[in-house]
Design a protein. Structure first.
Length: 430
């Protein structure tokens, strides 16, 4: 009997031991699996249009290296056509999709995407991490600010510039009146004194925006309300017409877009041109330019209030429906910060929005980025109307300003028509 009792006690002890051992093993396995899961990096997707420079791939690689084991960015290229990319984003975001966590956007998109609820406001991240927005050029920040909130971060900047023949023009004109007089004085030296973009298309709006802003006008306020009906707008448009209907511009200037303007300048036919920064490289290309080493760059002239250049370039935004907003912000902060923008400048050739980078020796190896006149021109950049219905406002401006330049209506009718049509478009969009 005692033997049976002893045997039973031993059996119970063995069973208990094996049970305890099994539980411990399962707990160890569970803990091990949990640890592995914790060690897997958070994956986010970054999308942007096709990049032939390789700069964005380098930014992604550098970020992934710095955040190895924690965050992993997958880089997805969108269509090279900006309109197609825009529509693809809208399709995804309308469905509250999470296909893309971070994406690059044209500077004219932020208000539209903010109003539609597609993107995340970044104010709390910026404040928490001590980002000083004054370190960035003013124009890109304004393009990202809508209804008092910041909807993205500036990545790189483009802006309208004045290029001129330094072998003909001694000094860049300071005001539009100065430019008018200098262009008129080139008669006999070049076929044209000045070329810009006056065809009825988006480029006309860019040119008009510069004149309107230079004379103190604005199309919309910070909340998207229409404010175009002002003396500043009238004065700006009057100077624009004075130049574009002068005898020193081509008589078919209202058919000119960027390529026609560029061709006239690099063939040595014009003393001045308003164009985007790529004009510099075109002028220095000996395979197609007749003015190699004869071109100089300057900020666009001042009006009665300021010098203004229409803002171009790209910004970076976060999908409101991203499952990983913190990690997405870390990537945005890196890409739009000093290290990321330096890669964009030195590898991609795009101008930084951080002013301190123009003092960086590697960045200054690009002669444009080392040119103080070029940097001053970028610093004068102002956004096109920051509005969720910008495409509609642009079309209205194109139509009415074209009529004005062609002499079909006066400046008062032009401004009144734009004001009433724009206000109607805003009301219809509500």
């Amino acid at each position: 009997m005692k033997g049976k009792k002893f045997f039973s006690m031993v059996l119970c002890f063995i069973l208990a031991l094996s049970l305890f051992s099994g539980c411990g093993k399962k707990e160890d396995e569970t803990a091990s699996q949990g640890q592995k899961k914790e060690e897997e990096p958070v994956k986010i997707v970054y999308a942007r249009g096709k990049d032939t420079t390789g700069a964005n791939q380098k930014i992604v690689e550098k970020f992934n290296e710095l955040h190895k084991g924690k965050i992993e960015v997958e880089y997805v290229e969108m269509p090279s056509d900006t309109g197609q990319s825009h529509d693809q984003y809208v399709t995804v975001f309308q469905a509250k999709g999470t296909d893309y966590d971070v994406f690059d956007a044209d500077v004219i998109w932020p208000a539209e995407f903010a109003q539609a609820g597609y993107v995340l406001p970044l104010d709390k991240f910026v404040e928490r991490d001590g980002i000083n927005l004054k370190d960035y050029m003013d124009g890109p920040i304004k393009s990202l600010t809508f209804k008092g909130q910041l909807w993205g971060m500036p990545k790189f900047i483009d802006a309208g510039m004045l290029f001129y023949r330094k072998d003909i023009i001694d000094k860049a004109p300071e005001t539009w009146e100065d430019l008018y007089n200098a262009a008129a004085a080139t008669k006999g030296k070049t076929e044209f004194g000045y070329v810009g973009q006056a065809k009825q298309y988006e480029g006309l709006v860019c040119n008009a925006n510069e004149f309107i802003s230079a004379y103190g006008g604005q199309v919309v306020d910070g909340d998207g309300n229409i404010t175009i009906d002002s003396d500043g707008t009238r004065k700006g448009l009057e100077m624009m017409k004075k130049i574009f209907t002068s005898k020193f511009v081509p008589n078919n200037i209202t058919t000119f877009t960027e390529p026609e303007s560029c061709t006239a300048f690099i063939e040595g036919k014009s003393a001045f041109i308003r164009n985007w920064p790529y004009q510099w490289a075109m002028a220095q290309d000996a395979s197609q330019s007749k003015i190699v080493d004869k071109a100089a760059v300057a900020p666009l002239p001042k009006g009665s209030v300021r010098a203004s250049a229409t803002l171009g370039g790209w910004v970076t935004m976060i999908n409101k429906y991203s499952k990983h907003p913190e990690e997405a912000w870390e990537f945005v902060k890196f890409m739009c910060g000093p290290e990321g923008q330096k890669i964009t400048a030195t590898v991609g050739g795009s101008a930084p929005t951080l002013t301190s980078l123009y003092e960086d020796e590697e960045v200054k190896k690009n002669p444009l980025f080392a040119d103080k006149n070029f940097v001053a021109g970028l610093s004068a950049a102002v956004p096109r109307p920051v509005s969720p219905i910008y495409p509609k406002l642009s079309n209205i401006m194109q139509e009415e300003i074209s009529k004005y330049l062609l002499g079909q209506q006066d400046v008062n009718a032009t401004v009144k028509n734009m004001d009433s049509r724009m206000k109607q478009a805003v009301n219809e969009a509500k």
